[in-house]
Design a protein around this ligand. Structure first.
Ligand code: PFF
Length: 447
């Protein structure tokens, strides 16, 4: 039996959990999902989902994790011995593996773009040239893998150092850095011609844009962005000290995650509108449009470097948390050392990244349901695997964990007052599962 690590401070726990939540989901994914789904109306729906479903789900994961002090699989085994609930743990491990695979590929692009901005690769290139450069880079299949490998290596090294010395220490450095960079980029947005238009797009809602598809995207984005439904927050919860207030920790994380997404919107959309680019241009948004914008902007050289550094840092603090789900499982359930677990898990995940990256070559036959494997895993994990995991986690918390135990966990054994406990219970028992099921079944066409 190995000694379990834990976060050494309240700030450390918050930085790590916020570091997991804040990632490419906020800066790469959120702007293009907002763009594709019509802007402000989507954001309002998203807000509602974050507070009504996301936050209670996050609290549940923290509570189950801290109570059991185990990895996601072991936690359900302990909570419900001889029952099938451990399957949620299995689902969490599969989802982590899948997400780490495609996430590392995008993260690899961010490292490559950081290098390109450093050597001033984008200056003087036309929009078309930048676009085709990116397409060529992705389509080459192999070149991005080099960067993905480098990224996986850094992720693995941090996780290898352990909870307090690795994960907590680096999050405490990287999260303030991320906020500072983002603020510089936001302040710069004020000076752009498209500032008004960009802000209107973000904050002026058009409710006719809300459809079931939009709701499912908002739900998926909320799960993805808060790292929910796959045991990441359970695993991190298992390292939170007993004296820390879970309600405070989880609401700080949810608010930080939301604020960073909105700030990323403010940093990105004014620039998008200033240069006449289509806001709904999809996953390529930040990789095609922003280098183009930085290439034309005064101070673009420095801003470009800052922006891609922001992406690398954001990606790293998230990938570390996904790898930790797998490593905690291997070291606790299979009794391997942390070092061995990291090497095995990171190597397997990198292998899966290779498949994802190669599936993006134009003539690749690596397809599922007509999509290349990369795109398929991106949507399938956030729109299906994570909400399904989240559904069962809230059901378990609401109906099977036990009301007293839940209260004891949320109040740290009576130290903190749990306001609105009954409301919370109502949400995890009824509202959250029904809302998830409703959106889900409408999408599949059953409702
Ligand atoms: N929340 C991260 C982001 O927004 O980029 C992505 C993520 C991290 C998803 C950890 C899932 C996870 F377990």
């Amino acid at each position: 039996m190995h000694k379990r690590g834990s976060f050494g401070s309240r700030f450390g726990a918050i930085a790590a959990a916020a570091g997991s939540a804040i990632g490419l989901g906020n800066i790469w994914r959120y702007p293009y999902v907002v763009g594709e789904n019509g802007g402000a109306a989507f954001i309002l729906l998203y807000l509602l989902i974050v507070f009504l479903i996301g936050l209670p789900c996050l609290m549940s994961e923290f509570a189950l994790g801290r109570f059991t002090r185990k990895n996601v699989f072991g936690a359900f085994r302990k909570l419900a011995p001889k029952k099938k609930w451990y399957l949620i743990g299995v689902l969490g491990i599969v989802t982590s593996f899948v997400i780490l695979a495609f996430y590392s590929v995008v993260a690899g692009w961010t490292v490559a773009f950081l290098k390109d901005s450093l050597i001033n690769e984008f200056s003087g290139l036309s929009a078309a040239a930048i676009g085709s450069n990116f397409d060529g880079f992705v389509a080459s299949g192999w070149e991005p893998l080099l960067w993905t490998f480098l990224f996986c290596l850094i992720t693995a090294l941090i996780v290898m150092l352990g909870i307090e010395n690795g994960i907590e220490r680096y999050n405490k450095i990287m999260m303030p850095m991320l906020l500072a960079i983002l603020l510089v980029l936001c302040i710069n947005s004020f000076s752009l011609d498209g500032f008004k238009e960009g802000i209107a797009f973000l904050f002026r809602p058009d409710f006719s844009k809300i459809t079931v598809d939009v709701a499912l995207s908002a739900l998926g984005q909320a799960f993805f962005s808060l790292s929910l439904g796959m045991g990441t927050m359970m695993t991190y919860g298992s390292y939170i000290r007993r004296q820390d207030n879970l309600l405070f920790t989880s609401s700080t994380v949810a608010i930080a995650d939301l604020s960073i997404a909105i700030l990323a919107g403010i940093a990105i959309f004014p620039a998008v509108f200033s240069f006449g680019i289509e806001p709904g241009s999809g996953p390529d948004l930040v990789f095609k449009t922003l280098p183009n914008i930085f290439g034309q902007m005064t101070g673009g050289y420095l801003l470009g470097i800052l922006f891609f550094l922001l992406l690398v840092v954001a990606a790293l603090t998230s990938s570390v948390s996904i790898l930790e789900v797998l490593v905690a499982y291997c070291s606790e359930e299979l009794n391997l050392s942390r070092k061995k677990s990291v090497i095995i898990c990171a190597t397997l995940a990198f292998g899966a990244s290779v498949v994802c990256a190669l599936s993006q070559m134009p003539d690749s036959s690596l397809k599922i349901a007509g999509q290349n494997i990369f795109d398929f895993l991106d949507t399938f994990s956030s729109s299906y695997l994570m909400p399904v995991g989240g559904f069962f986690i809230v059901i378990f918390t609401g109906w099977f964990f036990g009301k007293q135990r839940l209260h004891a966990e949320l109040s740290s054994d009576g130290v903190y007052k749990v306001r609105y406990f009954n409301l919370f219970l109502f949400i995890v028992r009824y509202l959250a599962p029904i809302a998830i099921a409703f959106i889900f079944f409408s999408k599949i066409g059953i409702l």
